[in-house]
Design a protein around this ligand. Structure first.
Ligand SMILES: [Zn+2]
Ligand SMILES: [Zn+2]
Length: 364
């Protein structure tokens, strides 16, 4: 004989039907629940426990056709190790990544063929101007960067990305509570009401980019995003004419993990934001499925300047479509302190904090 036992939503102990109140009662914590509520809670728990999280991705990427491969050249840079691709007409003299002249032709093998490419909208003159303007207002850039003249050469580099389209189906439950206090006679009563909150729905992700180049730091590529795919055109080797593309060396599998991660985090926070009006909210079960994700290979336009100073490579990058710019060039701490004490002698504590804030405001 099998018995169906419902568990107390509050403490997990077995519930018993109480004939007097016509509700399910818990001996352990003393709570009572309407039978319908207990059944609903049970159904949610069973459903979220039975189907594990999973993601199904289809990779929309084909290799180059032999005809296209014949119209394409590949190079590797013996200075920085970058692997580059361009069309047959482009004369490649310098590495588009580091600027070194030591690039040598390499065999063009089984490469992932991009499906779309976004052309450059920002001209070289504009990008160069933006680069110089960047340093103009920045009094605290280390001297090293102020007198360096190797950095005024700016190069076109198409950066490979994987682009993800997906719908996330989420079913999330939360333990939530509301606390109120009131006075009853000579007692001060604290009343805590417990809620089981359920949110279920879908979230659409379109053109979620994950960069497929291990040469460019993810923090650089992520800070010049987004790129707008509506300006993209179909790829052919000729679309690379006059510029070079970095070879995609992060495979779809690894990028899928990063995309999955971003989708899970965004979905969790979007759903959590809909649960308002409680004093405490703790996720109880999170179930996110991505049943029909698609990923395709694309090329995005970037203006790039890299410079080596004291054995460290610094990168300055501009989004070739929108003009968004970023760099990992640090501010100079000695110059900062001089500037700070020049303003007032009072700042000592929190200097770094102020610096960080100023950096984030774009002052430094
Ligand atoms: Zn209980
Ligand atoms: Zn190089």
């Amino acid at each position: 004989m099998s018995t169906l036992t419902y568990k107390c939503p509050s403490c997990g102990a077995p519930l018993e039907f109480d004939g007097y109140s016509q509700e399910m009662a818990c001996d352990n914590c003393g709570n009572q629940f309407p039978t319908e509520t207990v059944k609903q809670v049970d159904a949610i728990e069973k459903q979220t426990a039975s189907s594990p999280d999973n993601s199904e991705w289809t990779v929309d990427a084909k290799p180059y056709s032999p005809e296209e491969a014949a119209r394409t050249q590949a190079f590797s840079c013996s200075s920085c190790g970058a692997e580059l691709i361009t069309d047959e007409t482009t004369v490649a003299t310098n590495c588009a990544f580091c600027g070194s002249p030591s690039i040598i032709p390499m065999q063009f093998g089984e490469e992932t063929r991009p499906t779309r490419i976004i052309p450059y909208l920002i001209s070289k003159e504009k990008a160069t101007g933006m680069f110089h303007d960047y340093f103009k207002g920045k009094k605290l850039v280390p001297n090293l960067f102020m007198k360096g003249n190797t950095i005024d050469e700016i190069r076109k580099l198409y950066v490979p990305y994987w682009l993800f389209d997906a719908q996330a189906n989420a079913d999330v439950t939360y333990n939530a509570s509301q606390v109120s206090t009131f006075t009853s006679g000579k007692y001060r009563v604290t009343k805590t009401r417990h809620f089981l909150v359920r949110r279920a729905g879908t979230l659409d992700f379109r053109d979620l980019p994950v960069d497929a180049s291990s040469k460019l730091d993810n923090s650089i590529t992520e800070s010049i995003e987004p790129f707008a795919m509506d300006a993209s055109i179909a790829f052919s080797p000729e679309t690379l004419s006059g510029s070079m593309a970095n070879r995609a060396d992060v495979d779809a599998e690894e990028s899928k993990r990063r995309a999955d991660n971003r989708i899970h985090k965004s979905t969790e926070s979007a759903f959590r934001n809909t649960v308002a009006g409680y004093h405490a909210v703790i996720p109880r079960s999170v179930k996110i499925q991505v049943p029909d994700g698609r990923c395709s290979a694309v090329l995005f336009p970037v203006w790039l300047i890299t410079t080596k100073k004291e054995d460290k490579t610094y990168t300055f990058a501009i989004n070739g479509q929108t003009g968004e710019l970023t760099c990992n060039i640090p501010y100079s701490l000695p110059k900062f302190l001089k500037w700070l004490f020049g303003l007032t002698g009072a700042f000592t504590l929190g200097g770094y904090l102020v610096a960080t804030l100023l950096v984030s405001l774009g002052v430094l």
